[in-house]
Design a protein. Sequence first.
Length: 134
Amino acid sequence: DANLLNRKGVILTDLKNQYALGVEYFDQALKIEPRNAEYLYNKGVALLKSGEYSRSLKCNLESLEIKPDDPSTLMNAAICYSQIGRNRKALQFLSKSLRIEKVDPKTLLHFAFNQTLKGDQEFKRLVSQQTAKK
């Protein structure tokens, strides 16, 4: 069943750091339920953790077609965009995620120390606004 395949993928990804094998399980689950936002999100996480940012971004964008206001998926898409050098898009997705849900300061620090966003005045303004709200 698709749910069991998804859970196996999560275990492999989160507990065993076996991202490629986890992706295989997510792919099997998605063959059964191709429009499942959770399975797409989980596959995107595994790909993100393995450094496959473009593939992860594709999964996150597909998941957002189904569940457009999911803050975690928006944040992961922002991370992917930043990693592939699309800073404006990263900021758009980060801003939308932050409008929906407060984000752990550690997540903002991830962006703050990301070389591709260093020196970006718009990003600094966004971080300042978020830290002022805390």
